[in-house]
Write a protein that binds this ligand. Structure first.
Ligand code: NAD
Length: 495
């Protein structure tokens, strides 16, 4: 064989090898036109490529949105329905009312507040199906939820959104209503599994009474392409005073400063880019070996790079002094830095155990408390901690990692009240399988399983986690407290 051809073959093979270890090869191949006959012949599942946010200015919802509400038995309007419709009417989606909701429809059209159309045709595809279930009080009344979705679910478009709004079970008047509100979780989780093949998502928002003014940030997020990898999840909205700040929805983080740990690559890098896109000034922290990448990212985002190890207590003191010297404060803290040091428990050495617990858990506590105690984190600030679904479900060979990540969820729940005094919110995100350097290190077969066992049959991208961080960081998200949001495409085994 001539030398040129040999070199070309070696080059092609190394390209193939590279692509076989980077990114989702299966998804790319089965979506490729030349593979279609084979895909059809073998009846292979084809994960639909998720539609993610392309530009900051992109509309949060387009197409045709169908709204319904459980009858409220009174002749008065529902505040929750009004709050949902107010958000929907800010999108460019055309709003439709389901035929079955005669009473609500009359009330809504009487108020003339919303340009609602009654759904008469059955041919169009819905981009969103939103249901206000807050008035359901008994198991029998769940039939209204069934009727709404039963009639419409088969007409959802690819990438569409199913959203149910209910009440937190703890706030319900009767055990029957509390059980009904809890049952909504089962509904959306199963629904998410049924529609995942269309890259569509289903999620639940549970409100405390009179918290509807705090719906907007999570509702916009879940309806939009920003929440593409979040499905089968529930967010709780606590009743607090809503922010008095006018929200600029294009750049909600203008004038805010965010500190992101582990920011040189992977999820941390995407968080830095996303918060900067939303207007925040970013302070990026990472360890010495990542200096070049960190500094070039900081330059690109107009931010500031800090070389420090989160496990080094002296470095933390220096960081605080530096921030104070520059008479700066921080509005958003993202505890993202994390490591894995996998071994089964019997083979795990002290070093692996201690380093993972320290970096993934103890350092988060040290940093958060040092910033709060030194008043470096502003009143009304936001703390977002990155946990993992392995902290919920557990994972073979990861007792150290799962312990640390479950501890992060416990920390967020325990810190909610102490931080609420300064109107600081703290929430966790539990990513599932996200395409980063961390998951590239997983053996090929486990990696493939990690991708395919989600309802969306694929892994997430770092920006999926970053968009969830941006949602929690939004000044309008003050009702989101001590939540753990799984950004996992409903990938969870073993829990
Ligand atoms: P990654 O390994 O690509 O990035 C982690 C970053 O943290 C790196 O930049 C690293 O240098 C930094 N870091 C590590 N130790 C540090 C220390 N002592 N001090 C300062 N910085 C340090 O990982 P990733 O996939 O981007 O993960 C980011 C976070 O998300 C981690 O907390 C991880 O546990 C979590 N997570 C990731 C996945 C996933 O699928 N990738 C899933 C669940 C949770």
């Amino acid at each position: 064989m001539p030398k040129g051809q040999v070199q070309k073959a070696i080059h092609n093979f190394s390209q193939f090898q590279k692509s076989a270890t980077q990114g989702d090869v299966y998804q790319n191949v089965v979506n490729h036109p030349w593979a279609q006959p084979l895909v059809k012949a073998l009846n292979l599942p084809v994960p639909v490529k998720l539609r993610r946010q392309q530009q900051a200015s992109e509309e949060f919802l387009r197409g045709k949105a169908l709204f319904g509400a459980a009858p409220n038995g009174t002749k008065t309007e529902s505040n929750v329905s009004n709050a949902i419709l107010t958000v929907l009417s800010k999108s460019s989606a055309k709003l439709f009312f389901s035929k079955g909701n005669k009473q609500q429809q009359d009330l809504m059209s009487a108020s003339k507040q919303f340009p609602l159309r009654v759904l008469s045709e059955t041919t169009h595809k819905h981009s969103a199906l939103v249901y206000d279930a807050t008035n359901i009080e008994t198991p029998e009344q769940l039939s209204s939820l069934y009727n709404f979705y039963h009639n419409a679910i088969s007409r959802i478009a690819e990438h569409s959104r199913v959203i149910v709004v209910g009440l937190t079970p703890e706030s319900c008047k009767s055990p029957a209503q509390a059980s009904v509100m809890r049952s909504l979780e089962g509904f959306i989780r199963s629904c998410a599994k049924e529609i995942g093949g269309k890259a569509a998502t289903a999620n639940l928002l549970l409100l405390e009474p009179d918290a509807e003014a705090l719906l907007e940030a999570p509702l916009r997020y879940l309806l939009s392409a920003r929440g593409a990898f979040v499905t089968g999840q529930t967010l709780h909205i606590t009743k607090v005073s809503p922010t008095k700040e006018a929200i600029n929805w294009r750049q909600p983080l203008l004038d805010k400063t965010a500190l992101i740990t582990g920011a040189s690559r992977g999820i941390g890098k995407a968080i830095a880019e996303t918060l900067a896109r939303d207007g925040a000034k970013v302070i990026l922290l990472d360890i010495e070996p990542c200096k070049d990448d960190l500094e070039s990212l900081a330059r690109r985002l107009g931010g500031h790079a800090v070389i420090a190890d989160v496990s080094d207590k002296k470095a933390l003191n220096k960081l605080i002094k530096d921030v104070q010297k520059g008479s700066e404060t921080i509005d958003i803290l993202v505890n993202n830095a994390g490591i894995t040091r996998d071994k089964t428990l019997a083979r795990m050495d002290d070093k692996r155990w201690n380093s993972v617990i320290d970096i993934n858990l103890a350092a988060i506590q040290r940093i958060t408390e040092a910033l709060v105690d030194n008043k470096v984190l502003n009143v009304g600030g936001r703390v977002v901690c990155i946990s993992s679904i392995n902290g919920i479900a557990g994972c073979f060979g990861q007792t150290n990692y799962s312990t640390s990540k479950a501890g992060v969820i416990g920390y967020v729940e325990a810190m909610d009240k102490p931080l609420a005094r300064r109107r600081i919110t703290i929430n966790a995100i539990a990513p599932g399988f996200i395409e980063t350097q961390m998951t590239q290190a997983i053996p090929f077969l486990s990696r493939e399983i990690g991708r395919r066992i989600s309802s969306l049959s694929q892994g997430g991208q770092p920006e999926d986690v970053a968009e969830a961080v941006a949602m929690f960081a939004n000044p309008a998200a003050s009702g989101l407290r001590a939540n753990t949001l799984r950004v996992c495409g409903q990938n969870l085994v073993g829990a």
